[in-house]
Ligand binder design. Structure first.
Ligand code: PEP
Length: 248
């Protein structure tokens, strides 16, 4: 991912087939420009396909999860070096679905982020509050705790490579994006925390129901360096409209 434009990352989640992916990636390649900064995080089995179809294009590719372990008796796991072998540039770490459905806690997220950075890739670390946490007024406390867990033990490599995605859990897949004011406020908070930890270059993305019709407004908010896009990344035309909104 380059630092030129706002960064747009698609999270395909558990979707796709060889045929579907080929059509989607061809459409993305045809519609993006060489100065766009975009990537797609695909399911593990499709990394080879992404590598084959995207190599040499402006589009990066990555994974949605990684093992915290380098190797060993961990059936079903995929290591960071395996992902690097398939040309991954980035890996989503600590997505709220991983935290809530698979019990990933802050400590696990940190170990995964370290593994990704050590393998020379960009960890996209997700932080965000649930609806009940927001309603209790705990948003700031939750997101700063999640980021602090990473920053307090981060290697220089991780600090250098870190990308953070603010993804309010209640905005993911609901069609209800956070308000501009909420995004501005949380991004300012996280930016301050990053600066205090000496992490000045980290990109700060917003994620949660980013669509073609709200992308421009969300991407124009001060402190937003890009977007992590779930559902809308499955539709090439809509995803390209978001990429286009990131250009101006
Ligand atoms: C996500 O899965 O990270 C996400 C932001 O999903 P959606 O865009 O569908 O809300």
């Amino acid at each position: 991912m380059t630092n030129a434009a706002k960064t747009i990352v698609g999270n395909w989640k558990l979707h796709g087939s060889l045929q579907e992916n080929a059509a989607r990636l061809a459409a993305l390649k045809a519609g993006c420009r060489s100065d766009d900064a975009l990537a797609v995080c695909v399911p593990f089995p499709y990394l080879a396909q992404a590598q084959q179809l995207l190599q040499g294009s402006a589009i990066g590719w990555g994974a949605q999860n990684v093992s915290e372990h380098a190797k060993g008796a961990f059936t079903g796991e995929v290591s960071a070096t395996m992902l690097a072998d398939f040309g991954c540039g980035c890996v989503i770490v600590g997505h709220s679905e991983r935290r809530s459905l698979y019990g990933e806690d802050d400590a696990t997220v940190v170990r995964k982020a370290q593994a990704v950075a050590a393998a020379g890739m960009t960890p996209i670390v997700c932080v965000g509050e649930t609806l009940s946490e927001r309603e209790r007024g705990d948003t700031a406390q939750v997101v700063t705790r999640q980021l602090a867990a990473v920053l307090t033990v981060a290697s220089e490599e991780l600090k250098h490579r870190l990308v953070v995605a603010y993804e309010p859990v209640w905005a993911i897949g609901t069609g209800r994006a956070a308000s501009e004011e909420d995004v501005r406020e949380v991004h300012a908070l996280l930016r301050g925390q990053l600066k205090e930890a000496g992490v000045n270059g980290a990109r700060l993305l917003y994620g949660g129901s980013v669509k073609a019709n709200n992308a421009k407004a969300l991407l124009n908010i001060a402190g937003v360096d890009g977007a992590l896009v779930g559902g809308a990344s499955l539709d090439a035309e809509e995803f390209l409209a978001i990429v286009q909104a990131a250009r101006a």
